[in-house]
Design a protein. Structure first.
Length: 223
């Protein structure tokens, strides 16, 4: 449930406070911020103003997350991640998140998978589903995650975003399949039912999802 009481009046963002954060926590929380930025950019609630915050957050986080994870004392990387996380937070507070979070919530709630990891597990597959809804936005996201899309047809440029995010997830060492976190395929019906209850998020997704669609997305995540 959302409430104005969980929105801060002010925030102190100090990158130095993250210098001791271990690689796994840096990776999970950094990916969570990146996903906030991408979801808010493509959400139905996005506005020209939130898009500015979202896109800059993607650029900052995508450019810094590898260094922040594997060279934790890199102050420039930590500062970029911190600023990107803040900008993404402003964006989601106004534009909201989408089906990535909707499908990730049952993973965290039932299986105690860290929030950033559960989001990362669903991130590529939900975004692949969403691409046809707004290829121009996804092509811009591909550029923001440093994929070369010059001269490519719009559809191919949009799909380069998937390659970019999958390489980031792999490079920072976060699990990429549901098998890796010990979730049995027999849990599929329960996962779908749990995700289907997240109507606030699903209504904000750029492409509608039936329960059958959600089941197909989860199935891809087992690979």
């Amino acid at each position: 449930m959302l409430s104005r009481y969980i929105l801060p009046q002010a925030a102190v963002v100090d990158p130095d406070l993250t210098l001791s954060m271990p690689p796994k926590v840096t990776a999970a929380s950094g990916l969570d911020a990146l996903i906030h930025a991408c979801e808010s950019y493509t959400s139905l609630g996005a506005t020209p103003l939130t898009e500015v915050f979202s896109l800059r957050a993607v650029e900052l986080i995508a450019g810094a997350i590898r260094a922040a994870v594997w060279r934790g004392s890199d102050r420039k990387a930590r500062a970029d991640i911190s600023l990107g996380s803040y900008l993404a937070g402003v964006a989601i507070a106004n534009a909201g998140t989408t089906a990535v979070h909707a499908l990730a919530y049952p993973l965290g709630g039932k299986y105690r998978i860290p929030h950033g990891v559960s989001n990362a597990l669903m991130f590529p597959y939900v975004m692949e589903w969403n691409i046809p809804a707004d290829m121009e936005k996804f092509a811009r996201l591909a550029q923001a995650v440093r994929e070369d899309v010059d001269g490519l047809p719009l559809r191919e440029a949009a799909r380069r975003f998937l390659r970019g995010i999958e390489s980031i997830i792999e490079d920072v060492g976060v699990p990429r399949t549901l098998d890796e976190v010990g979730i049995d395929r027999g849990e599929l019906p329960a996962l779908v039912e749990g995700a289907a209850r997240q109507q606030r998020l699903l209504r904000n997704n750029p492409r509608s999802l039936s329960k059958e669609d959600m089941a197909a997305i989860y199935a891809k995540a087992w690979r």
